[in-house]
Design a protein around this ligand. Structure first.
Ligand code: MLT
Length: 265
């Protein structure tokens, strides 16, 4: 991986292939490696930039709270540092989608299109936000294990967990290795993220919405509503798949992304 210092943080990123730029933003508490299949599939025809957000993977850690806007500003700063001046397609999964909304709000002129995978447009309820903050404290005291134990059962479709245990174990490994300070900062940032439902109808760029039919975190019903609200959105539902669609069904997700990217002006 390469590194760049952006907004005071050292960001590690993959920069593969050549052509129109596509940026892949991972979920929580993961790193760029969740996109390995898409990096391979898309870098044949596109320049694929897949960072570890600050606090995750090999990137530097900031303590306290890191907002979704800060992550979005980091992405814009990284593009600037890499001298990517043409518009990008930004693709985010779950927390990566929360970052994508903020990128659209603050850096929309940089967008050719959006790909929203298994994400949500609502903000946290007060109870959910309080639970996140409590979990952030617990992770700082005990390490990532309690969070990982809470999240794991909701990440994959039951059939994936049964048929591909090595996939589940490797993701567990990524989560357990994540710096507790990075986890806590992003959890607090997610707790204060703004709602986006009321702004979806203002998104003018083309969007692809991808959801696993059995996603237990960002449900298919919720993502159908997101696709209906964005004026130029296409929905792809992946049958029998859970929250981690790019990992659970890499070929289907890559094919949907390629089709969307190929159709952009
Ligand atoms: C994710 O996959 O990024 C998380 O489930 C997002 C969240 O906790 O809201």
């Amino acid at each position: 991986m390469k590194t760049q210092t952006v907004n005071g943080a050292e960001l590690a990123y993959v920069d593969a292939g050549a052509g129109r730029p596509v940026v892949l933003v991972h979920g929580f508490p993961l790193d760029h490696s969740m996109w390995n299949a898409q990096i391979d599939a898309l870098s044949e025809d596109y320049r694929v930039i897949a960072p570890d957000l600050r606090g995750f993977g090999r990137s530097g850690v900031s303590e306290g709270t890191v907002t979704m806007q800060q992550f979005a500003d980091d992405l814009a700063g990284l593009l600037c540092a890499l001298q990517v001046d043409e518009p990008v397609v930004l693709c985010g999964l779950s927390m990566g989608g929360y970052v994508a909304w903020q990128f659209w709000r603050q850096h929309g002129w940089r967008l050719r299109g959006l790909i929203l995978c298994d994400t949500r447009a609502v903000s946290d309820t007060p109870e959910a936000a309080a639970a996140r903050r409590e979990m952030a404290q617990r992770v700082l005291r005990e390490g990532p294990a309690p969070l990982v134990a809470q999240m794991m059962p909701r990440l994959f479709a039951p059939s994936t967990a049964q048929d591909q245990p090595e996939l589940v174990e490797s993701l567990r490994g990524v989560m357990l290795k994540t710096d507790p300070r990075g986890i806590a900062a992003a959890a607090r940032g997610m707790a204060e993220r703004p709602e986006m439902v009321s702004q979806l109808n203002q998104i003018e760029c083309p969007a692809l919405v991808i959801v696993g039919e059995l996603d237990a975190i960002s449900t298919a019903e919720e993502m159908r509503a997101i696709a209906r609200a964005i004026p130029h959105a296409r929905l792809v539902e992946i049958a029998g798949c859970g929250h981690m669609s790019p990992l659970e069904r890499p070929a289907e997700v890559s094919a949907a992304m390629r089709e969307f990217l190929g159709g952009l002006a």
